[in-house]
Write a protein that binds this ligand. Structure first.
Ligand code: ATP
Ligand code: ASP
Ligand code: MG
Length: 328
């Protein structure tokens, strides 16, 4: 059966968020309201993780090794930010995935970080409403965990957050017109395989499934960076994205590779610069890299979905819209 191919024309053109000094009084009130939802969400998520025994690590901004963001078919990086310090080239953090894998293996069995990520997305991504060039991931990792363990933890944490928000943030959700539409999902969330979605909807499956669902769902088996676990026999990837209805991806995560030969093979296959991952490779070779699973929640996307914004930069006090640099 022929299926509808969703294209970029299906998207509505949205107004881009403005800086604080250009907002009207009612827009400033809305900003403050979203700010209260943001504060509540951060408190709920961090409290829940700490209560579950996670250790809270502070982020790093500059490292030799950061997420290659490659080969992700959805990646759209215009520029990689590198700078020389003390005779070494360091990169601004694109994600703390490499740090997480090493920290979870060597020290912290369960960890999370509120990690600022810099990704200079192409300017045209301003109009997706889902991309900003600086954002924060709640990045977490658990040594010896499976994908299922992580998925169940995320479902619990998200459902608790929504229950608490609906109890304590009625005024804010009403002002944002989300009081009735933000419903409590049923657990466990439904799981879809990316290959089946691609066969049904074509290349724009992400947009199509986001429009079709009425509750959060998991999408598994997505080919991407070397650190996600790939079964070489079946070609299947043991990874998962969390998609919200009418919105799309808010989390990406996976079970991880820890075997030296596999990591090396994937790095070489993907033509990723091996020298940026020398420590990870060394630890894997010595058997010190441990199996783990984890993920990262895009905080602006989660709060943007909860608040029903058209553009996630609305959740930022100082908007980071691709293609636009304001003074602050
Ligand atoms: P997309 O395909 O939507 O561009 P991604 O899959 O490349 O995103 P990941 O590398 O999986 O992004 O990043 C982990 C999480 O960080 C995403 O699930 C999302 O919530 C958030 N995120 C990624 N890029 C951005 C961005 N440019 N702006 C805001 N949040 C982002
Ligand atoms: N945070 C993601 C993960 O844990 C990786 C990424 O940001 O690309 O899988
Ligand atoms: Mg992703």
């Amino acid at each position: 059966m022929a299926s509808k191919q969703f294209t970029i024309q299906d998207r509505e053109v949205i107004e881009l968020p403005k800086p604080l000094d250009q907002l009207s009084n009612s827009e400033l009130e809305r900003k403050s309201c979203i700010g209260r939802v943001m504060t509540y969400t951060l408190r709920s998520l961090t409290n829940q993780l700490v209560d579950r025994g996670f250790q809270w690590l502070l982020p790093v901004a500059l490292s030799q090794s950061t997420d290659p963001l490659w080969p992700d078919p959805g990646a759209s990086i215009e520029k990689r930010v590198e700078v020389d310090i003390y005779g070494k080239t360091v990169r601004t953090t694109t994600s703390m995935i490499i740090h997480k894998l090493i920290a979870a293996s060597l020290v912290y069995q369960k960890l999370f970080i509120l990690s600022p990520n810099i990704r200079i997305e192409k300017a045209e991504r301003a109009y997706t409403g889902k991309h900003i060039y600086e954002f924060t991931q709640l990045d977490f990792e658990v040594r010896d965990a499976s994908s299922k363990d992580v998925m169940r933890t995320v479902e619990d944490v998200i459902c608790n957050l929504l229950t608490q928000l609906k109890r304590d943030m009625k005024e804010e959700l009403t002002a944002l017109c989300r009081c009735d539409t933000l419903t409590l999902p049923k657990k466990p969330f439904k799981v879809y395989d990316r290959a089946e979605l691609e066969a049904k909807y074509g290349a724009c499956w992400e947009e199509a499934i986001s429009k079709e669902i009425s509750e959060p769902v998991w999408i598994t088996n997505i080919p991407r960076e070397f650190y996600d676990f790939e079964d070489f026999k079946t070609g299947k990837w043991d990874n998962y994205d969390l998609f919200m209805p009418q919105f799309g991806e808010v989390l990406s995560g996976a079970k991880r590779e820890w075997d030296y030969e596999k990591i090396l093979k994937k790095i070489e296959r993907d033509k990723v610069n091996k020298s940026n991952y020398a420590l990870l490779l060394k630890l894997a070779k010595e058997g010190k890299l441990k199996p783990s699973a984890g993920g990262g929640i895009g905080i602006e996307r989660l709060v943007g979905w909860i608040s029903g914004v058209k553009h996630i930069a609305e959740t930022q006090p100082f908007p980071r819209v691709p293609g636009t640099v304001y003074e602050l």
